[in-house]
Design a binder for this molecule. Structure first.
Ligand code: MN
Length: 308
């Protein structure tokens, strides 16, 4: 008989698993239930870009180690053309993931990258960068996401680092009734291209047709959430339907359960190891104390933000 990957992961012989219920064949024992479902908030940022903030607003300011998740999704150029001209960051990482359209990234030290459809950039601001993020098209659909990930106190002032991932380098997995792109971490047997990140992130984008059944182990230590980007997806062992524009926070457990809903849907799933450190944040800086924040603004003002 043919042993499936699940059998192998359980260390079973296949025979011993005959007759087991579907649940016992999961790669994990205790799937995470949903702790909270929240609507993303419409807002503006940069030079007037319309976006939806799924994480990092009043109702959910922080989901350790994740600070923010923004979605920009529009075919009206007035919503995005102004872009994000020169602005600083210190003390955390920004992760940009594009579905449609193109953005150009450029920093004051000469680093430059073009993010096309399906690409990602994991940017570790560390000690400090000053950069612009500008749309590279004048019409058409722009659809992308930016996630902010915190850095541990001991690593907030490291040298900046860029991981630019072209669309073709993102790990793609074809499953029954589902298609998954893995940006970071390992899911469904594939490991994403982003490496060396402190919080050991999992970041994947899953498109689920009706009837799809996806189970993915996640470290017990990690916090996890999902953001539905199209249609609807049923999440958690109880299969609660979560809709486009909703953030679902997973509770404790050792895996996530995703099921296709009627009409299908698409969802970003992220997990990371919480830092459990104080967070002092204002605008583009994320530090541990008010003093460090003051220092960041002072360094920016005096031109020392990017001087190590
Ligand atoms: Mn930025």
């Amino acid at each position: 008989m043919i042993l499936s990957r699940r059998h192998v992961l359980l260390g079973g012989t296949g025979l011993t698993l005959l007759g087991c219920s579907k649940k016992s064949l999961r790669e994990f024992q205790a799937g995470r239930e949903l702790a909270q479902v929240l609507d993303a908030q419409a807002t503006r940022d940069g030079a007037g870009v319309s976006l939806k903030r799924a994480l990092g607003h009043r109702a959910i300011p922080y989901l350790d180690p994740f600070l923010m998740l923004d979605e920009f999704h529009t075919d009206n150029p007035n919503d995005y053309l102004a872009g994000f001209p020169d602005h600083p960051h210190r003390g955390f990482e920004t992760v940009t993931y594009m579905v449609h359209g193109a953005m150009e990234h450029q920093d004051t030290l000469g680093n430059r990258g073009r993010l096309g459809p399906g690409s990602a950039q994991w940017m570790t601001a560390g000690h400090g960068i000053i950069h612009s993020e500008m749309p590279k098209q004048e019409r058409g659909l722009m659809w992308g996401f930016q996630l902010w990930v915190n850095l541990p106190a001991s690593r907030k002032l490291i040298a900046p680092r860029y991981q630019d991932i072209p669309a073709g380098h993102i790990a793609e997995v074809e499953l029954e009734k589902a298609r998954v792109r893995v940006v970071a971490g390992t899911a469904f047997g594939k490991t994403g291209p982003v490496t060396g990140i402190d919080v050991e992130p999992l970041y994947f984008d899953a498109a689920l047709q009706p009837g799809a059944e996806l189970d993915q182990a996640t470290p017990l230590s990690h916090n996890a959430f999902a953001y539905v980007t199209e249609g609807a997806v049923r999440l958690g062992p109880s299969g609660r339907e979560v809709h486009q524009g909703q953030l679902a926070v997973f509770g404790p457990g050792d895996g996530v359960v995703l099921r296709g809903a009627e009409g299908g849907g698409r969802v970003l799933v992220m997990a990371g190891r919480p830092l459990r450190e104080p967070v002092a944040r204002r605008g583009p800086f994320v530090m541990n104390t008010e003093d460090e924040l003051r220092q960041a603004f002072e360094d920016y003002r005096t031109g020392r933000l990017t001087v190590m």
